[in-house]
Design a protein around this ligand. Sequence first.
Ligand code: SF4
Length: 337
Amino acid sequence: MAHSNISIFVTHVGCPHLCAFCDQRTITGTADLPTGDDVRRICSQQLERISSPEDTEIAFFGGSFTAIERSYMTELLEAAQEFVGEGRFRGIRLSTRPDYIDREILDILKGRGVTAIELGAQSLNDRVLDANERGHSAQDIIDASRLIREYGFELGLQLMVGLYKSDEETELDNMRKVLEIGPSAVRIYPVVILRGTKLEQLYLSGEYKTMPFEKVTDICSEMLLTFESAGIKVLKCGLHASEFVERDMVGGYYHPAFRELCESGIFRKEIEKALEKEKISGRLYVTASVSPKCISQAAGHKRSNIKHFKDKGIELKIIGEEQPKYKCRLKEVRACI
Ligand code: SF4
């Protein structure tokens, strides 16, 4: 089922923290705070426009929703709740910090139409959480996740890949820990170092040495493949293309088509693995079949996979057939004469 969100950004308000990577105004691209009436106006406009509201959630993103002042939080939720139910939207989704989840908060959310909670986990490693001044532990993420699921909410986890003091091993360990928690969905955000943040200082002083871009793309590819194969939906892989991010970033791993880069990497590896099994080398003609929805990803971002194999003497043709997502099957492999 296609799923969409009506995103309403509630910027840094309410968050008493300042994580080393955070500049909420840049990420969301707005500094205006919505009122309950703004929420009503946005929801009623969208209800008129959207053809299948039952597949759409009203989403409060951009800050630590459950940390905002209680009366403002309930004002927003109650306005949104008026648009949830039969013939209207499916529910309310929100993002928050793991240490602002407890039974009292979950009772409030349960009674006001909230269906999905996304936790900004960022890392499941205490060394990385400390170094990036998150102010909570990995155990807080595990405990909050358990409680959210116990209440019957859909659980989402947001991960940040390539933070200060992290490395490949740590990221792959984070991935395994997320699998153990078993959320319904994840968002994978490679780190973007923004102007005015603590990360910027660490980066410019040389203390924070980032991994190469290709390494982080490889890690994110592996996460994308592993999570989707385990039935965990990857809602995002890479920050959405934004003029604010492009203007304010000083380093890190931003690309406007980051997910496509990761998907290209998945297919390149799949095709290489399949070719290894064939045990023939030299100049080849190869036809690989993938799901019709994945043809452009298999050919690679800007046809990078086609070019990659051509450089190795392999003429690669991609065709669309019934295949699981991210899988490929070699239909024909023959030597060029
Ligand atoms: S918890 Fe979220 S909103 Fe608060 S400082 Fe950290 S990243 Fe920013």
